[in-house]
Write a protein that binds this ligand. Structure first.
Ligand code: ADP
Ligand code: MG
Length: 394
């Protein structure tokens, strides 16, 4: 267990908090501020505790140079509104300089300051000096609350922890709790649903899960690589040619481990990768040579939803079909609905899976939706995330 802000005394201290304020922007305006609101509990707690709060984040990919379109100024403005207090924006093209230091020194307990985009500095993504030391010089304590970048060892996510006492904020605490508990201490049966486009991306996750789950349920584009590996015609379906052997391997590993390995039994096909392309439903071994699989079929939906109703823990990573196209979203929607209707602990990892659940309006029916696409995948792979590993143990 990692220490959190609750485990240390922050009163009167300068607390450097790494947040994920990488919000979507259009024409200089924030189009979705959920990442900012998600960070409020940690920030508000620190304010209540009379800490001097110094926030840092990246936004977009300015590639190590100050670029005005990636400035965090709009985030500072929005934060001021949300916190109902003035947030000092430390506007510096080099993120840390003498005036920023002076501003940090001048903070009163309960005051909040936001640094400029840490990726204005080329060292940031390389975890290099002198930037790490410069950041650390601003504060007394480091709090990491940016789960979305926790799988990256950058100056502001991990390097800084070698200078300062380091703990997690509430967001990372929550991610570690739900993802960690699901993997280490799941109520059973424990089912993992794996989908998405490519098998190759998800093989490490499946390998890690095989030691933990009771059943692996496959959907989405990766199904067709498995079908091909089983010797079926898959038409023009998405195929991850390089992963055919790995697919066979995984099926064998699941069998050896006594893990039930479920593949779709039927599929929705179309001639073109296009929402308006006419569709047919066929059994998995009857995919026409000139068609591609776009979604799981109704028999599969029935089989899967029955099975999911019995589960006590479900981890879902990767949509069951091309859910971005409404005509091919039924399978993914049915799975989301099954998770919403059941009483299992439901954990959603993966950016597109989370987007699907949001799109169907079922987000608040899930136990936990991970906020970090890449980070949650690496967590499910069983990897140690540098931005979490660097924090102090309880
Ligand atoms: P996540 O972000 O949840 O980890 P992935 O990125 O692995 O998920 O996969 C999501 C993508 O997989 C979606 O864009 C979806 O359209 C695509 N996909 C799902 N099923 C198919 C399919 N049958 N053919 C092609 N792409 C598919
Ligand atoms: Mg994705």
């Amino acid at each position: 267990m990692k220490k959190t802000v609750r485990d240390i005394d922050v009163s009167g201290k300068k607390v450097l908090v790494r947040c994920d304020f990488n919000v979507p922007m259009q024409d200089g305006k924030i189009t979705d501020d959920r990442r900012i609101t998600a960070a409020l509990p940690t920030i508000e707690y620190l304010i209540e505790q009379n800490a001097k709060v110094i926030l840092m984040s990246h936004m977009g990919r300015p590639k190590g140079e100050p670029k005005p379109e990636f400035s965090l100024q709009p985030v500072a403005d929005r934060l001021s509104e949300l916190l109902k207090q003035d947030v000092v924006f430390a506007k510096s093209p080099v993120v840390v300089d003498d005036s920023v230091k002076a501003a940090a020194e001048a903070l009163a307990p309960g005051q909040v300051m936001l640094l400029e985009n840490v990726r204005y500095r080329a060292e940031e993504t390389k975890n290099q000096e002198p930037f790490t030391g410069q950041l650390a010089s601003l504060g007394d304590v480091f709090v990491n609350d940016a789960f979305g970048t926790a799988h990256r060892a950058h100056c502001s996510t991990a390097g800084i922890a070698s200078y300062l006492p380091s703990v997690s904020g509430f967001l990372i605490e929550k991610e570690v709790k739900f993802l960690g508990d699901a993997l280490e201490d799941p109520a059973r049966p424990f089912i993992a649903i794996m989908g998405g486009a490519k098998v190759g991306d998800k093989i490490p996750v499946m390998e890690n899960l095989i030691g933990k789950v009771d059943a692996l349920m496959i959907g989405g584009g990766m199904s067709y690589t498995f079908f091909k590996a089983m010797g079926f015609e898959i038409g023009t379906s998405i195929l991850d040619e390089e992963s055919l052997d790995l697919a066979r391997d995984i099926m064998k590993k699941a069998e050896d481990a006594g893990v039930e390995f479920l593949l779709p039994v039927d599929t929705v096909c179309a001639k073109e990768f296009n929402n308006d392309s006419p569709q047919i439903v066929c059994d998995r071994d009857k995919i026409p040579a000139d068609m591609m699989g776009m979604d799981i079929g109704p028999k599969t939906v029935e089989l899967y939803t029955k099975k999911l109703a019995e589960a006590k823990t479900i981890v879902w990573n990767g949509p069951a079909g091309v859910f971005e196209m409404p005509n091919f979203a039924a399978g993914t929607k049915a799975i989301a609905q099954a998770l919403a209707d059941g009483d299992a602990v439901t954990v959603i990892g993966g950016g597109d899976s989370a987007a699907a659940v949001e799109q169907f309006g079922l987000a608040d029916k899930m136990t936990h939706i991970s906020t970090g696409g890449g980070a949650s995948l690496e967590f499910l792979e069983g990897k140690e995330l540098p931005g979490i590993a660097c924090l102090e143990d309880k």
